[in-house]
Ligand binder design. Structure first.
Ligand code: SAM
Length: 274
C-alpha cells in the first residue's frame, strides 16, 4: 500500500486528532522520524510515494494514537543540542533541565578536579554533559532503577565516557562513600496524587513522583548535603517548591541560596552553597 507523502500526512493527522494537541505537527514529526529526513526535505517531497503499509510505520501510528511519546518510538531524544538513546526505562529529558546544566557551568571552574555525583541519572544526559564540559571531573551517577541505568550505560558508551562516569545502583547516596565536591540532581518532585496528562503514564513513575507532598526526595537530598558537608548542590525542583526549600533550609547554615527560572519564567531549581 503506497501513498503520496501529503496524503499519508493527512491520514495520520486524522488518526491523531483528539489524542495530541497539535495533530498535524505531530504527524509531520512522526513521518520525518520515519523517513529520517529534516523539515525542508519533508516540505519539498510532498508528492513522493511512501510505503504506507510498512509494519514499523503502522506500529508507530498505532502507538502514537495511544499517546505513547514519539521519543519512545524512535528511541531518540535531543538534549542540549546532542542526540541520546532513550527507551521506556528512563524519563524523556525535558528542555527545562538544560537550565540545570547552564547553572552548573556558570558556577564551576572548567579546569577543576572534582568529584561530581548525580542522584537519579535516568538516561544519563546530565552526567554526560557535565563530564564533557569538565574534563578533569570524575562523575558518579546513581539511580535506583536498573532499567534507567541500562539506558544511561548505553548513552555513556555512545559518548565514550565509560572511564569518566561510574554508574551505581542505589537509593540516593547510600552507595557513595567518596567525598563529594558537587551534587546535582533532577529528582522526582511531583506529588503522588497529582493528575497528569496521559502521555506521562508511559514514563517510569518513580522518575516523576517524589512522595505524598512531592518534595520528600529534595528534602532527603538536602539532609545528605549537610550530613556529608557537600559544598555545592544544584537541583531541579517543581515550579511551586521554592518556599518549601527556603523554609526547610532555615534550620541549616547556608552560604548562599539562589533560585533559577525556566524559559516560561517558572522557578525551576536552586543552587545551594553550604
Ligand atoms: C526526574 S528523573 C531524572 C532523570 C535524568 N537525570 C533527567 O534529568 O532527565 C529522576 C530519576 O531519579 C531516579 N530515582 C528515583 N528515586 C530515587 C532514589 N531514591 N535514589 C536514586 N534514584 C532515584 C529515577 O529512577 C529517575 O531515573
Amino acid at each position: 500500500m503506497s501513498s503520496p507523502l501529503k496524503e499519508l500526512h493527512a491520514d495520520i493527522t486524522t488518526v491523531l486528532e483528539g489524542v495530541v494537541e497539535f495533530p498535524r505537527r505531530e504527524a509531520e514529526l512522526l513521518l520525518m522520524a520515519f523517513l529520517d529526513c529534516n523539515q525542508l526535505y519533508f516540505i519539498t517531497h510532498q508528492d513522493d510515494i511512501v510505503d504506507a503499509g510498512n509494519p514499523r510505520l503502522a506500529e508507530w501510528i498505532e502507538k502514537r494514537s495511544r499517546n505513547v511519546p514519539l521519543e519512545y518510538l524512535t528511541n531518540r531524544v535531543s538534549f542540549y543540542s546532542r542526540e541520546f538513546y532513550i527507551d521506556e526505562g528512563a524519563l524523556i529529558p525535558r528542555p527545562e533541565t538544560e537550565h540545570l546544566i547552564d547553572e552548573v557551568l556558570s558556577h564551576v571552574n572548567k579546569e577543576e578536579e572534582m568529584t561530581i555525583v548525580e542522584v537519579g541519572v535516568g538516561s544519563g544526559i546530565i552526567s554526560i554533559l557535565l563530564a564533557l564540559h569538565f574534563p578533569k571531573a570524575h562523575c558518579i551517577a546513581v539511580d535506583i532503577s536498573p532499567r534507567a541505568l541500562s539506558v544511561a550505560r548505553c548513552n555513556i558508551q555512545a559518548f565514550g565516557l565509560e572511564d569518566r562516569i561510574e554508574l551505581r545502583e542505589g537509593d540516593l547516596l547510600a552507595c557513595v562513600s567518596e567525598k563529594i565536591d558537587l551534587l546535582v540532581s533532577n529528582p522526582p518532585y511531583i506529588a503522588d496524587d497529582a493528575s497528569l496528562e496521559s502521555n506521562l503514564s508511559y514514563e517510569p513513575q518513580n522518575a516523576l513522583f517524589g512522595g505524598s507532598v512531592g518534595d520528600e526526595i529534595i528534602q532527603r537530598l538536602l539532609d545528605e548535603v549537610y550530613a556529608r558537608s557537600i559544598p555545592l548542590f544544584v537541583c531541579e525542583m517543581g515550579y511551586d517548591q521554592r518556599l518549601k526549600v527556603q523554609e526547610y533550609l532555615k534550620s541549616f547554615a547556608v552560604q548562599s541560596l539562589e533560585f533559577y527560572k525556566d524559559l516560561a519564567s517558572f522557578d525551576r531549581g536552586f543552587i545551594l552553597k553550604t
